[in-house]
Design a protein around this ligand. Structure first.
Ligand code: NDP
Length: 259
C-alpha cells in the first residue's frame, strides 16, 4: 500500500479533528515507508491544522509533505479559488476525502432553526458537492478518461433515519444519492467514487451537536463502546490503497452494539 500511495497528493476536508485528523495520520503512517506522499489538510481552524501538520511531520519525517490550509467548505467563494491558490507541488490532487460535516441539535424537525438547517446542508451537502466540482477537473484531465479517488464520508444516518435527526439524516441521504449518481456518471473514467458510512464514533461530533455542551456530549457515549476515529481512518486508507481496478464502493462500519 505504501508503494501505491507513493507520489500521491491527498486532500482531506475537516482534518482538524476526529475522523479527518486520524485519516491524515493514517495516510502519513502508511505511506511513510515508501515516501513521496503529499497531504493537504483543510478545515476552518487553521492553527489546529498547523499543529497537526507539525505532529505528523515530527512522527513520520520529511518523506511525507503536509500543507495545512484554511478552508470553509460551506463558502462557495473559498472553494472556487482554492486549487489555484495551492502551491504548485500540491495542485495535482489524487485523492479527495470529503469528510467535513456536522450535526446541530437533536430535536423534532419544526424545532430546528433555519440557521442550523442551513449550516448542515451547506456543509454536509453543498460543501461536499462544491469540493467535488472543484477537484474533479484535475482528475478528468488525466489519461484514459481520468483517474483519482473521491471518498465521501456519509453516515449510517443516511441509511437508517432516526427521530430527532431529520435534517442531518436528510443531508447524509443526499450524500449517498450524490455519490451513487456521480459513480455512474464517471463510469467511463478510472475515477473511483467511494462512500464510507460510519455508525457511532467518539469525536468532537457530539460536542458540536450539543452546541459545545461537553456533559451532554459525553452522555451519548456513556455505557456504549463507540468506534474510534482511527477505526474509520483505517478504512479510508484501505479503500484508497487498493489496486486501481478495485472499487470498494460502499462501506458501512459501526460498533458491535449498534447492530
Ligand atoms: P468532528 O466534529 O470531530 O470533525 C468534523 C470536522 O469537520 C472538523 O475538522 C471541522 O473542522 C470540520 N468542519 C465542520 N464544518 C466545516 C466547514 N464548514 N468547512 C470545513 N470544515 C468543516 O466530527 P467527526 O470526525 O465525527 O466527523 C467527520 C465526518 O464523519 C462528518 O461528515 C460526520 O457527519 C461523519 N460521521 C460522524 C459520525 C460520528 O459518530 N462521529 C458518525 C457518522 C458520520 P473546523 O471546525 O476546524 O472547520
Amino acid at each position: 500500500v505504501a508503494k501505491r500511495l507513493a507520489g500521491k497528493t491527498v486532500l482531506i476536508t475537516g482534518a482538524s479533528s476526529g475522523i479527518g485528523r486520524s485519516t491524515a495520520f493514517e495516510f502519513a503512517r502508511t505511506a511513510a515507508p515508501a515516501g513521496g506522499l503529499k497531504l493537504v489538510l483543510t478545515a476552518r481552524r487553521v492553527d489546529t491544522l498547523k499543529q497537526i501538520a507539525a505532529d505528523i511531520q515530527a512522527e513520520v519525517g520529511d518523506g511525507v509533505k503536509v500543507l495545512p490550509v484554511q478552508l470553509d467548505v460551506s463558502k462557495p467563494d473559498e472553494v472556487r479559488g482554492f486549487v489555484e491558490k495551492l502551491p504548485e507541488e500540491f495542485k495535482e490532487i489524487d485523492v479527495l476525502v470529503n469528510n467535513a460535516g456536522l450535526v446541530k441539535g437533536v430535536a423534532k424537525a419544526p424545532e430546528i432553526s433555519e440557521e442550523d438547517v442551513d449550516i448542515m446542508f451547506s456543509t454536509n451537502v453543498t460543501g461536499l458537492i462544491n469540493m467535488t466540482q472543484a477537484i474533479l477537473p484535475i482528475f478528468l484531465r488525466r489519461s484514459n478518461g481520468g483517474s483519482g479517488d473521491i471518498i465521501n464520508i456519509g453516515s449510517i444516518a443516511g441509511r437508517e433515519p432516526y427521530a430527532g435527526g431529520s435534517i442531518y439524516c436528510a443531508t447524509k441521504a443526499a450524500v449517498r444519492s450524490f455519490t451513487d449518481s456521480l459513480r455512474k456518471e464517471l463510469i467511463a473514467s478510472r475515477v473511483r467514487v467511494l462512500e464510507i458510512d460510519p455508525g457511532q464514533v467518539e469525536t468532537e461530533f457530539s460536542v458540536v451537536r450539543f452546541y459545545g455542551d461537553k456533559a451532554k456530549a459525553d452522555a451519548v457515549y456513556a455505557g456504549v463502546d463507540p468506534l474510534t476515529p482511527d477505526d474509520i481512518a483505517e478504512v479510508v486508507v484501505f479503500v484508497a490503497g487498493r489496486r486501481e481496478n478495485v472499487v470498494v464502493a460502499d462501506t458501512l462500519i459501526f460498533p458491535n452494539h449498534q447492530a
